[in-house]
Design a protein around this ligand. Structure first.
Ligand SMILES: NC(=O)C1=CN([C@@H]2O[C@H](COP(=O)(O)OP(=O)(O)OC[C@H]3O[C@@H](n4cnc5c(N)ncnc54)[C@H](OP(=O)(O)O)[C@@H]3O)[C@@H](O)[C@H]2O)C=CC1
Ligand SMILES: O=C(O)C1=N[C@H](C(=O)O)C[C@H](O)C1
Length: 266
């Protein structure tokens, strides 16, 4: 069995920590280095919580890629950094698995073109939890029959981007299956800015941020005399790790960019 050599970007973060743990516990995976904007030149084992993990920390991605000889870069950072890391990894022949959310449509298109040109696999998944992928798929199915829909996403209060990547992806998937429509009264007027949430393709997305939450979303469909609610809850970040694992194994065998875990699960 060939070992997959992996770099994790953002190892001290909530998701990064969980990814490092999963890689350490997976026989065929090897953590070769980490990318962090702090602690350059140290070993990860010098950072509290990572005792015995003697891999180097780099802050410069070019140096990290050149010295690490990795197969895959797992990025769990911030939108600006994640975009830069993904682009640089593709240019250097290292396959990105990206959980970082908040990329623009233009950035996704640019990265997709680059992966195609370089024939390098890249997976960008706004949500690695299998249940969340099912929630999105079921919502896409339901929207054919219930075109009136609102999305409510609920996350911990340290989240940087709003709406969540999952909410945006859900709206995109729903747009593919329902006839385009502007919802609500044509003359509706907000008396308080933002009361109706964000509008994406006529769908409204509402973002809740509260301490105590992890990652939750409900998709509400309404029709005459009935409603349907599809909800997913992640109660911990281990819930994302089986999706990260599948993505690492899959990215080795593809030569384009795939956006969304639903496109690689059978
Ligand atoms: N796809 C999925 O299933 C999931 C995706 N996410 C996404 O993953 C991302 C990370 O989330 P989360 O772990 O909660 O966030 P955290 O803020 O906990 O972690 C982000 C980490 O990235 C670090 N970082 C910031 N800039 C850089 C840089 N230039 N180089 C290296 N590291 C850097 C931060 O360091 P410091 O704190 O010192 O600034 C921090 O340790 C978010 O975009 C989130 O939306 C989250 C959960 C699931
Ligand atoms: O920041 C988070 O926590 C999460 N981010 C992703 C998103 O933006 O959809 C995935 C999950 O919802 C958790």
């Amino acid at each position: 069995m060939k070992t997959v050599k992996i770099i994790v970007a953002g190892p001290r973060g909530r998701m990064g920590k969980e990814a490092v743990k999963m890689i350490q516990e997976t026989e065929e995976f090897e953590l070769v280095s980490v990318l962090d904007h702090k602690n350059d030149g140290k070993l990860l084992s010098e950072i509290p919580g990572f005792s015995n993990i003697n891999v180097p920390i780099y802050t410069n991605i070019e140096e990290c890629l050149q010295k690490s000889h990795a197969d895959v870069l797992v990025d769990l950072t911030t939108p600006e950094t994640g975009y830069l890391h993904t682009k640089t990894a593709i240019l250097n022949g290292v396959r990105p698995v990206v959980g970082t959310t908040g990329f623009t449509k233009e950035q996704l298109e640019e990265l997709s073109d680059l992966a195609e040109e370089k024939q390098i696999g890249c997976i960008i998944a706004p949500n690695f939890a299998i249940g969340a992928v099912l929630m999105m798929k079921f919502s896409q199915m339901a929207a054919k029959f219930f075109p009136d829909v609102e999305i409510i996403e609920l996350h911990h209060d340290q989240k940087l981007d709003a709406p969540s990547g999952t909410a945006v992806k859900t709206a995109q998937m729903i747009s593919e299956s329902r006839e385009k429509k502007e919802q609500g009264h044509p003359n509706e007027k907000e008396t308080l800015n933002g009361a109706r949430g964000a509008n994406m393709d006529g769908m409204h997305i509402h973002s809740v941020r509260l301490p105590g939450l992890i990652a939750h979303q409900q998709v509400l469909f309404g029709a005459d005399g009935q409603s349907l609610t599809i909800r997913h809850d992640s109660y911990n970040r281990a819930s994302f790790m089986s999706g990260v694992k599948v993505s690492i194994n899959t990215v080795l065998n593809i030569a384009t960019l795939v956006y969304g875990l639903e496109n690689i699960l059978d």
